[in-house]
Design a protein around this ligand. Structure first.
Ligand code: AVI
Length: 323
């Protein structure tokens, strides 16, 4: 009987597991517990994120769209004629459409995203609306090296990385990403990148802990995903969403706090939680115009222009890779 019980909970050898299982087990057995934010975006998570972007408290999407709409002709000057526009983490194509309309000489659009469903659907709609544009989707985790389509090998490239997704990277990861983007896009390429700005902590706290509880659902959905994909038994009613601005580190932190002492099964392991213990699920770093320009310079890029919305909540930087 005892042997059978042990066998039932035998832990799978690490090499046979998916990257998701490996990262979750590593994160939940670390101290403090943590989970990588890239796993928020299963189908339900991607939908919840779209809902977040419509919330009254979540200003980044609205402010970035305001800048794009007002400054599209100036931004379009960074796109050489017949070049390819490479978007990192494309998701919905609302933002890039503003640029494609302002820069009709762009020859190819390369959306790169981990979610194939969204990629295929958006690519079809873009082909319909921009008939002379080559749309060449790449299904990839853009934080890892990936190959650009052969069709754009001989052309100039411009990168587009909106949404302040760079803020979800640790500063050393942001630097590694910018270096890898520079190598991939090539010398003389530009990168147009959205970066959220440091501001009143009350505005920041409300943006990540909205009154309707959508961000809480987005955070808790990670446990639903673990339950479904890794045979977990998290009881969501016993975990709470915590989000707050850490002013020393200039970042919003999101956590899931266990409301009680408990054990949870995940991928054949038992994970113990103390009452109040948290899983750190996301950081969202906020930069000043100067601190982001310094990060870009330290990562091999030259900042050449920057635009903000009227309220100075959000910024879009144009960087050039002078090699
Ligand atoms: C995708 N990323 C830039 C969002 C952010 O603001 O850091 C993710 C998010 N997390 C909670 N709300 C939105």
């Amino acid at each position: 009987m005892a042997a059978q019980t042990r066998a039932a909970f035998r832990y799978e050898p690490i090499e046979t597991e998916s990257p998701f299982a490996r990262d979750v087990v590593a994160g939940l057995t670390a101290r403090p517990k943590r989970l990588p934010p890239k796993y928020f975006y299963d189908e339900a998570g991607a939908r919840l994120f779209e809902d977040i972007t419509e919330l009254p408290e979540y200003y980044p999407t609205r402010c970035e769209l305001e800048i794009l709409r007002e400054r599209a002709p100036e931004i379009a000057r960074f796109f050489p004629e017949s070049s390819a526009l490479v978007e990192f983490g494309s998701g919905s194509s609302k933002k890039v459409r503003i640029l494609l309309t302002a820069a009709p000489t762009i020859a190819a659009y390369v959306p790169v995203d981990i979610s194939s469903q969204m990629l295929v659907q958006e690519a079809d709609e873009l082909r319909r609306d921009y008939p002379s544009l080559k749309v060449l989707p790449v299904e990839a985790d853009f934080t890892q090296p990936f190959a650009l389509p052969a069709e754009v090998a001989g052309t100039a490239h411009t990168g587009f990385f909106p949404g302040s997704t760079i803020g979800n990277f640790e500063p050393h990861e942001a630097c590694a990403f910018l270096r890898h983007a520079g190598r991939m896009l090539g010398q003389r390429a530009s990168l147009i990148i959205g970066v959220d700005l440091v501001k009143d902590p009350n505005i920041l706290n409300a943006a990540y802990d909205d009154a309707a509880g959508v961000t809480a659902k987005f955070n808790l959905n990670l446990l639903t995903r673990i339950n479904r994909e890794l045979d977990g038994n998290f009881d969501l009613a016993t975990f709470s969403h915590h989000a707050f601005y850490n002013s020393e580190r200039h970042r919003i932190e999101m956590h899931l706090a266990s409301n009680k002492r408990q054990k949870v099964r995940v991928a054949g392991r038992m994970i113990e939680f103390r009452a109040g213990e948290t899983i750190h699920t996301e950081n969202s770093y906020k930069y000043s115009l100067e601190s982001f320009a310094a990060l870009a310079r330290g990562s091999g890029w030259t900042p050449v222009s920057v635009w903000t919305d009227a309220g100075s909540n959000f910024s879009i930087h144009a960087l050039v890779n002078e090699g």
